[in-house]
Design a protein around this ligand. Structure first.
Ligand SMILES: Cc1ncc(COP(=O)(O)O)c(C=O)c1O
Length: 384
């Protein structure tokens, strides 16, 4: 199969990730616990090592600020529901995935908060527009770093400055940028950074993390409450970071694999990986310029692009039909539809059918893209 759905989850994973999952499952899969036996303590050390790796990779304040989650959705819910209070105002954008849009809309429908959605142009929002949407009641600005529909990378460095100047908090959804676009927490004042382990960091599904910066200390409620592997006599959730946010048995096997994924990305370099993906997408952009009925969605700017791209399909053949034929007849996996991000499709005029999205990875070759484009030409030959 030619797998072009890495924006959903990356496949394949690097070889060291598979090896570690196998090794860890056979030798080390105890339940982490600070007060436990040697094997439990070794499992706990794996969690700590990966927290260190995350902290080094993104240049955070300290390893204990990284709470492990099930995925990016879990991390975003933890941040949004943990930080917002009745009467607050939130700023978001029309590029958001439903994992930001839905929790915020639900709070809004319950009459607890209000929100303003900044409108993007050709796939980009500006820091000026975000700043203009901030009011004295704005507690949180929640936005994606890279659009999962268009791949466009947002100016979060400038947004961060504007949010800090307004004394609000910034939550960045790095689902499509972690491991693909550099993020430096020392340079960019992000208060809450949510990311999946299973996309551009090449861990398995079931992994994610939320970084909680110093400005949110004491301001984020516990997302779940329960056992933390220590301090069992405490009647309520122990205050200690990161355990305060991590009740229940963690996915230590997944985290062990994630550690190898982070090391693999760090060795290659984020910018080199992004460059490869953008070169593959450039091949598609060049093809679309000359292909009847096809059009790239959003502004194509290779310097400000992550590893996803969406196409308007020719009249008479829907993204869903195309993706079905690609799967069944050509063994090629892509993602049609709204990509859990309906607001940007309304903006682009592609609602409700959506677009055809491809998202390559470091394991995708130019020949894979050639085969994908030849398949598109063949399928639509009779239509356009
Ligand atoms: C921009 C964006 N945010 C959040 C998510 C949710 O991530 P997860 O699948 O890890 O829950 C996705 C998933 O594709 C995404 O693209």
């Amino acid at each position: 199969m030619i797998y072009l759905d890495n924006a959903a989850t990356s496949f394949p994973k690097p070889e060291p990730v598979y090896q570690e999952l196998d090794r860890f499952a056979r030798t080390s899969l105890a339940n982490p616990g600070r007060a436990g036996h040697r094997m439990a303590m070794a499992a706990e050390k794996t969690l700590d090592d990966v927290r260190h790796a995350l902290n080094q990779f993104f240049r955070g304040e300290s390893p204990d600020r990284w709470a492990f989650t099930l995925n990016c959705t879990d991390a975003l819910n933890m941040a949004i529901k943990g930080v917002l209070r009745d009467g607050d105002h939130v700023v978001l954008t029309d590029l958001e995935h439903n994992s930001i849009s839905r929790p915020i809309r639900a709070l809004e429908k319950a009459g607890r908060i209000t929100s303003t959605r900044v409108v993007s142009r050709e796939g980009y929002v500006t820091a000026e527009d975000v700043a203009a949407a901030i009011t004295p009641k704005t507690r949180l600005v929640a936005m994606t770093h890279a659009s999962n529909v268009l791949g466009t990378v947002q100016p979060i460095e400038d947004v961060a400055k504007a949010v800090r100047a307004a004394d609000a908090l910034l939550l960045i959804d790095a689902a499509q940028s972690a491991g693909v676009v550099p993020i430096d927490l020392k340079e960019t004042p992000i208060d809450l950074l949510a990311l999946p382990g299973h996309k551009g960091l090449y861990g398995p599904t079931g992994t994610g993390t939320l970084y909680l910066g110093p400005r949110v200390d004491g301001r984020v409620n516990a997302w779940r409450e329960g056992g933390t592997g220590g301090d069992s006599s405490s009647e309520t959730q122990p205050d200690l970071r990161p355990y305060f946010y991590e009740a229940g048995s963690p996915n230590v096997l997944g985290v062990a694999g994630l550690g190898k994924g982070i090391a693999w990305v760090a060795e290659r370099g984020v910018e080199a990986l992004r460059k490869h993906e953008v070169e593959l997408l450039q091949q598609v952009v060049d093809w679309a310029e000359h292909a009847d009925g096809w059009r790239v969605a959003g502004l194509w700017d290779p310097e400000r692009h992550a590893g996803a791209l969406s196409l308007f399909t020719p009249e008479g053949i829907s993204p869903q039909e195309l993706a079905g034929i690609l799967d069944v007849s050509f063994d090629i996996a892509v993602r049609p539809g709204l990509h859990c991000a309906p607001y940007i499709h309304r903006n682009l005029g592609s609602f409700p059918d959506g677009l055809l999205r491809l998202s390559p990875s470091p394991f995708t070759s130019h020949d894979d893209i050639r085969q994908f484009l030849d398949a598109l030409s063949e399928i639509t030959a009779g239509v356009v």
